[in-house]
Design a protein around this ligand. Structure first.
Ligand SMILES: *[C@@H]1O[C@H](CO)[C@@H](O)[C@H](O)[C@H]1NC(C)=O
Ligand SMILES: *[C@@H]1O[C@H](CO)[C@@H](O)[C@H](O)[C@H]1NC(C)=O
Ligand SMILES: *[C@@H]1O[C@H](CO)[C@@H](O)[C@H](O)[C@H]1NC(C)=O
Length: 723
C-alpha cells in the first residue's frame, strides 16, 4: 500500500499521455498530453541539471555536474513529513482537500517560527489553533528568544526544534515526543486539521495524533459556526430562546457547519446584535504576545463597532469579567463547550447576527422567528445616546493605547540603553571576569558539551582545582537580555540551593557564564520512570523537593530584592554528587521591587509548567509556586505533566490529579509508581495535597514558599492546612 508523501503538481493532475522530461537546460519538466507545462523544477540560479536522484529518506534531488544538489523536494513540502525531513521557517504544510483530490486546502496550514510549530485556520488573519491553550497553557509560551531562522526536524522518535546556526540536526530540543519507531513512519497533515503519525504495521496505522488536542479543539471539527460538545456537533442557539439564528449548511451532515439564517450586512450595522452563548469557548483567544486585557462589555462593543468582526470571545478567571482576554475573529470556525476543569478559565462567546434583512422588503429569517421577540424600532434618540457612548469609549480606548505604547517605547529605550552598556563591572561580588582566551583553555576549546539549553550550550571546564560548567550564549547578540538577567540575578546572591555563578566573560560578541559543576546533571534525567535507568528512591525525591522549595523561598522572601525565577521546571534544576538540588537558568528571571506587587513581562516560560495567570499578565513570584506544584507532581509520579504518549484522557497529569482529588481517589495515582511508592503511600498522599495547595488557580491562595519549606521539614505531619 503505497502512500503519496509528496506531489509535484498537487492541484493539477495530468491525464494519459503526459510526459516527464529531464534536460540540462530546463531541469525536470512535467507536461500534459497537449504539451502544456504543468510543473517544472530546475537549479535555482540557472545551473545546468546533470542528474536526478531520490535519497534513502525520500528526498527527490536534482544534481549539477559536481553532484551537488540544486533542487530538493524536501524544500517544497506538501502535506507530509518523512523521517529526516526538515520544516524550516518559510515552508508550510497544507492538507490535501481529500484523499483523492490533492489540491491544497488553504483553510489550514502549519508553519515554523521561533523554533516552534504553529498551526492555523483561515487566512485574514490566520487563527492560531496549535499550540493549544485548552490544556491550561496559553499559546505563545516562548521557550526561545526570537531570533534567527529556526526549523523543526522529524527525527527518530521526536519532533525537534533548532536554529539554523547549529550545524547538526540532532542538536535541537525535543518539541514533541513521538511514538518510538518500530518500522517505517511518516506524518501527514490532514484536512480535519490533525497532524497524524503513521506507521507500517501490516498496513498503515495511525500511531499518534501529533498535535494532541482533543477533537473539539480543532477549528474545522464542526465546520464554521458549529458547536462541538464531546465530539457531537450542533448549531449554536441563544440560551433560553427559541429563535433560530443559525441553521446547518447541510441538514444531513451537521458536521459541515452552520450558517447565519440572515447574512451579516455591513450596510445595516444597527441591526447587528450579539448572540450570547455562555460557557462556550474558542480554540484561539490570544493573537498577540501581550493579550489585550479588557472587560467583557468593552470586548463586546469592540466587535459591534467593526463590521469585519464576526464574534467576540471573552475568557477570564473565576467570576471576574472586568479583566480578561478578548478575541475578535473575522471568521468563525468551530466552537466548543468550555470544560472548566481542563481549561481553568471561564469563557463566553458572542456571535454576531443580523436581526433582520437590511433591504426595504424585510424578509423574516425563518418562520420560527416571526413571533417578533426582537424589537427593531429603536427610537432615534436612544440610538444617538448609544453612539455617543461608543464614541466616548473609542476616545478612552485610544488614550489607553497611547499610554501602553508610550510605556512600551520607554521600557524599550531603557532596555536598549542597558543593552548597549557593556559595563558589567558594577555587579557586586563579580569584579573579576574571565577573558575569552582563559575560558577557551579551561574548556579545552569547548570540546566537552554537557548540554544545550534555551539560550546557549554548556561545556565542561577546569579552572585550577575546580571543575566548572561554562555556558556559552548563542552568538551575535542573541540572548543578551537573558545574559544580563542571569548575571544581575544570581551574580550577587549565594544560597546552597541555587547554582553558583562564579564569573562571567563579556568580550565583543562573546557572552559566557561560569558556574559550579553539577555532576549529576538536570533533574529531568532522573525522575521519569519511562527513561530513568536508575529511578531515585523516595527519600531522595523528598529531599530534592525540599531543596527546590528552599531555593525558591530564598529567592522570593530572603533576598534584598524579591526575585521571580519564572521558568521552574526539571530541566532547570541541577543535581550535585549527593543529589542535592540547585535551581539554575535565571535567564527569564525578574526582580520585583518590594513595593511593587507584580512584574510586567511577556508571556513565556515552558508549556506544562505555566501558572494560569500568565493569561492575564498578572505575574508575581507566585507563578513559581504553581510551577513548583507541577514539578512536585512530576517527581512523585515519575511522569511529565504533559505526556502525549498517554491516551487522550491521561495526557495532562494535573487534570488527573484534580479529578482524583474531587472524587477522593488520590490513592489511584499511587498505582502508577511501582512498589517502592506503595510503601510510602501516606507520605505520597500528603505530598500530593501539598502540590495541590501550590496549584490553586487563585494565586493569592497559594502558600508562600517558606511555609512550604516548614511543612516539608515537619515531614508533613498529620493534618496540615492544605486547601
Ligand atoms: C479538487 O478540488 C478543487 C477545489 O475544490 C476543485 O476545483 C477541483 O476541480 C478538484 N479536482 C478534482 C480532480 O476533483
Ligand atoms: C531510534 O531511537 C531508539 C530509542 O531511542 C534507538 O534504539 C534506535 O537505535 C534509534 N534509531 C536510529 C535509526 O537512530
Ligand atoms: C476591523 O477589524 C479588522 C480585522 O480585525 C481590522 O483589520 C480592521 O482594521 C478593523 N477596522 C477598524 C475600523 O477598526
Amino acid at each position: 500500500m503505497a502512500q503519496v508523501v509528496w506531489a509535484a503538481n498537487r492541484g493539477r493532475p495530468v491525464g494519459e499521455g503526459a510526459t516527464l522530461s529531464l534536460t540540462a537546460a530546463a531541469g525536470l519538466v512535467l507536461r500534459d498530453a497537449d504539451g502544456s507545462l504543468v510543473w517544472s523544477a530546475d537549479g535555482s540560479s540557472g545551473e545546468a541539471v546533470a542528474g536526478l536522484t531520490i535519497t534513502r529518506s525520500g528526498n527527490l534531488v536534482l544534481l549539477d555536474g559536481n553532484n551537488a544538489s540544486v533542487w530538493r523536494s524536501f524544500d517544497h513540502p506538501t502535506d507530509c513529513l518523512v523521517p529526516g525531513q526538515i520544516l524550516a521557517e518559510g515552508m508550510v504544510l497544507t492538507p490535501n482537500i481529500s484523499t483523492t483530490n490533492f489540491t491544497a486546502n488553504d483553510q489550514l496550514h502549519i508553519t515554523v517560527r521561533d523554533a516552534g510549530l504553529y498551526a492555523y485556520a483561515g487566512s485574514s488573519p490566520p487563527q492560531l489553533y496549535y499550540p493549544d491553550h485548552t490544556t491550561g497553557n496559553p499559546p505563545f509560551a516562548e521557550t526561545k528568544p526570537k531570533y534567527g531562522s529556526s526549523y523543526i526536524a522529524f527525527i527518530n522518535g521526536s519532533l525537534i526544534s533548532s536554529f539554523n546556526s547549529s550545524s547538526t540536526v540532532s542538536a535541537g530540543d525535543v518539541l514533541i515526543d513521538l511514538a518510538p519507531p518500530r518500522s517505517l513512519q511518516y506524518m501527514r497533515f490532514e484536512t480535519d486539521g490533525h497532524l497524524r503519525l503513521y506507521e507500517w504495521q501490516n498496513g498503515w496505522a495511525v500511531v499518534q495524533d501529533v498535535l494532541g488536542a482533543g477533537d473539539c479543539a480543532y477549528p474545522t471539527v464542526c465546520g464554521q459556526y458549529g458547536l462541538c460538545n464531546n465530539g457531537q456537533c450542533s448549531c449554536p442557539s441563544e440560551d433560553n430562546s427559541n429563535l433560530a439564528y443559525f441553521r446547518p449548511v447541510d441538514n444531513r451532515r451537521i458536521n459541515l457547519g452552520c450558517m447565519p439564517v440572515t447574512p451579516i450586512s455591513c450596510a445595516s450595522m444597527q441591526d447587528h446584535k450579539l448572540l450570547a452563548l455562555s460557557n462556550v469557548s474558542y480554540f484561539n483567544y490570544v493573537d498577540a504576545d501581550l493579550p489585550q486585557m479588557i472587560d467583557e462589555e468593552s470586548c463586546k462593543k469592540a466587535c459591534l463597532r467593526n463590521c469585519s468582526c464576526k464574534a467576540a470571545f471573552f475568557q477570564y478567571f473565576g467570576n471576574n469579567t472586568s479583566q480578561g482576554s478578548c478575541y475578535l475573529p473575522t471568521q468563525v470556525f468551530s466552537l466548543q463547550v468550555n470544560q472548566l476543569e481542563v481549561t481553568h478559565y471561564s469563557s463566553s462567546a458572542y456571535l454576531k447576527v443580523q436581526i433582520t434583512q437590511p433591504s426595504p422588503s424585510p424578509r423574516r429569517p425563518s418562520p420560527s422567528n416571526s413571533n417578533g421577540v426582537v424589537n427593531r424600532s429603536t427610537p432615534t434618540g436612544k440610538r444617538r445616546i448609544v453612539a455617543g457612548a461608543i464614541a466616548g469609549f473609542t476616545v478612552a480606548g485610544v488614550s489607553l493605547l497611547a499610554a501602553i505604547i508610550t510605556r512600551l517605547v520607554v521600557s524599550w529605550r531603557r532596555y536598549q540603553h542597558r543593552d548597549d552598556d557593556d559595563e558589567f563591572g558594577e555587579v557586586p561580588g563579580m569584579t573579576t571576569r574571565f577573558t575569552f582566551e582563559q575560558l577557551k583553555v579551561a574548556t579545552r576549546q569547548f570540546s566537552k558539551l554537557l548540554g544545550k539549553g534555551g539560550f546557549g550550550s554548556v561545556f565542561e571546564g577546569q579552572i585550577g582545582e575546580h571543575r566548572v560548567a561554562v555556558k556559552q550564549l548563542d552568538r551575535a547578540g542573541q540572548g543578551k537580555k537573558e545574559f544580563l538577567a542571569e548575571v544581575e540575578t544570581i551574580g550577587n546572591i549565594h544560597h546552597i540551593n541555587l547554582v553558583r555563578l562564579i564569573r562571567f566573560c563579556a568580550e565583543k560578541s562573546q557572552r559566557l557564564l561560569v558556574y559550579e559543576y553539577m555532576s549529576k546533571g538536570s533533574l529531568d534525567n532522573w525522575i521519569y520512570f519511562r527513561d530513568a535507568n536508575r529511578p531515585l528512591d523516595w527519600q531522595t525525591r523528598c529531599r530534592i523537593i525540599t531543596d527546590i522549595a528552599k531555593g525558591l523561598a530564598y529567592l522570593h522572601e530572603e533576598c534584598r530584592q524579591r526575585i521571580a525565577h519564572l521558568d521552574i521546571k526539571p530541566q532547570n534544576i541541577l543535581l550535585d554528587d549527593n543529589f542535592s538540588a540547585k535551581l539554575s537558568d535565571f535567564g527569564l528571571s525578574k526582580m520585583i521591587d518590594r513595593d511593587m506587587s507584580q512584574v510586567v513581562t511577556r508571556m513565556r516560560g515552558t508549556p506544562g509548567y505555566l501558572a494560569p495567570e500568565w493569561l492575564t499578565s498578572q505575574i508575581t513570584e507566585k507563578v513559581d509556586i504553581y510551577s513548583f506544584g507541577v514539578v512536585v507532581m512530576e517527581i512523585i509520579s515519575g511522569r511529565k505533566n504533559l505526556d502525549y504518549s498517554q491516551p487522550q484522557e491521561n495526557v495532562h497529569l494535573i487534570s488527573i490529579l484534580q479529578e482524583k482529588a474531587r472524587n477522593d481517589q488520590l490513592e489511584d495515582l499511587i498505582g502508577m509508581n511501582g512498589d517502592e511508592m506503595q510503601i510510602h503511600k501516606e507520605e505520597l498522599i500528603q505530598m500530593m495535597k501539598l502540590a495541590m495547595w501550590c496549584l490553586q488557580i487563585d494565586y493569592n491562595k497559594r502558600p508562600q514558599m517558606s511555609v512550604v519549606v516548614k511543612v516539608l521539614e515537619a515531614k508533613a505531619t498529620k493534618e496540615q492546612p492544605y486547601q
